[in-house]
Design a protein around this ligand. Sequence first.
Ligand code: ADP
Ligand code: MG
Ligand code: ZN
Length: 627
Amino acid sequence: MPNENKKNGKKKIPVFTYYLIILVVVFLISMVLVPMMNRPVIKEISYSEFIEMVETDKISKVEITNNVITIEPKDFDKEKPVYYETGMLVIYDEEVVPLLKAHGVDFGSPIQEEGSMLTSIISFVLTLGVSWLLFFLIMRVVSKKMNGGVMSFGKSTGKIYAEKSTGKTFEDVAGQEEAKTALVEIIDFLNNPKKYTEIGAKLPKGALLVGPPGTGKTLLAKAVAGEAKVPFFSLSGSEFVEMFVGVGASRVRDLFKQAVDNAPCIVFIDEIDAIGKSRDNVMGGNDEREQTLNQLLAEMDGFDSSKGVVILAATNRPEVLDKALLRPGRFDRRIIVDLPDLEGRKAILKVHARHVIMEGDIDLDAIALSTPGASGADLENIINEAALRAVRAKKTKVSQKELADAVEVVIAGEEKKSTVLSEKEKRVVAYHEIGHALVSALLTHTEPVQKITIIPRTSGALGYTMQVAKEEKHLMSKQEALDDITVLAGGRASEEIQFGEITTGASNDIMKATRLARAMVTTYGMSEEFGFMCLEQRTSMFLNDNTSGDYSDDTAAKIDGAVKKIIDQCYEKAKNLLTENKDKLDMLSDILYEKENITGKEFLDLLGIEPEKTETEAETKHEDENE
Ligand code: ADP
Ligand code: MG
Ligand code: ZN
């Protein structure tokens, strides 16, 4: 099986060389060995014997060349070909032609010395066999060399990663309680298959873990194997797809064969969308992928689930999967592994904080509060970033400050000390940020401000206003959406009011506001023009917010009009609010200009508002890019 694992960077002989060796051997066999084996027997006879054979009607055909007569006898047997040969007489025998005619011997046309069918078959099989053997041996050597570190029991199959025990348990997976509950049954099944088969129950053969990247799908699959104490066979979807057609299919066969031999066990196919893409996709027709998918479908139908083999697969693009993969008897169970909520984030931070030395008074809950929308992988990254910062600061323990800094770095990028704003620019940014914050404070359906800063970040933001919601939000009302757009417009409106001119700093706000307004019109049915009507659909459930729609140019123009109307109204509203509160705008902007950072509490104190909101979740932020 061709194997081109490049995971470890050992120096190796190019695979090309091996192909060359094989080619040479096959060539030699077919050019030298086969003709030798295939050669018919030729018996020398004397001229008089030849004449006698003609006279006794033993000859069916002769070929006369310059000085040799080749004779095909009547009792010619294809399995044991025997030809005769005799030399021509130096004196030409004029009687030979009439004699041949008289006995009905065919002459004049050449005899094609035919070998036996049997020998040609044997030689064919031999050629094939020898080259396969060679190929196999070489590939074994190659794959041994390349996959030295990967443990694989049973047959050597290159890229299948087999682990006798994954070492992960549900303790390592924080949060994701729904997913765990769904997987508990599978674990029980692997441990006591009899309990289920006795009653006649069939357990699902496969479960599909779906969710955004970094939410712990791979981790969960390993934990299932760990909890059930069964081996774990994993292969990434992309590893099935090779340059050579048929390789993927053979890998699928190997994977299932190994799995059945080692049952009970878990087979895990990561990123299954790489092979499981819907087959009716005309654009990217791909024979190899289709073959691999077909093989997978066949194997899933073929194996006996009562043996205790459970197939788990993971993807973040379930919508592109082939329907055949999802029908009952295959991946009919879908386990959603979504982004963690507040409790989930707290738990994940705790799990990863176990391995890091921290000061006693660490408040991980505060970190969880300020990281809505972060995945498990992001949170792991935050903890690690904090540890790295502690090392950089020559500390022996991680403190709360490093953690808070790590959050800001992960969310907004590093503070960029090299970007020095001019006095004028700094004032513009201060007014811009206070514009956001003040509009937000003046509106009723907005989230409280948590932090305002005008320190530039490596992400390109010159400052930002961080807002944090009172509680976890699942729905957004039309008024909330409009207020959000108004807050986004506040930055630019503030600049316009104070300086009478506008800057590029609002580009990010404009993008977000337009996006939201457009979504209101096309997907949320919140516009007067279209009302309760779907114009666009999301193209991906978990990966991004891209949408696509099918409508006429005329409708497209109307959509643009509706979007513009919403944005214009909001911008007007923001401008009015700020003009009415110009004194507060000036006061706050001056303070931000001096201090560069204002916390949410300070902001409310300055405005004379009682801070009633402490529970926080789902934060939005307005970055202001300088582009
Ligand atoms: P996915 O396969 O969903 O893209 P992974 O399972 O590879 O994500 O997760 C990446 C890393 O993030 C894991 O190795 C783990 O350290 C961390 N992680 C993600 N989700 C969790 C979780 N719920 N609990 C603990 N760690 C998590
Ligand atoms: Mg993964
Ligand atoms: Zn802004």
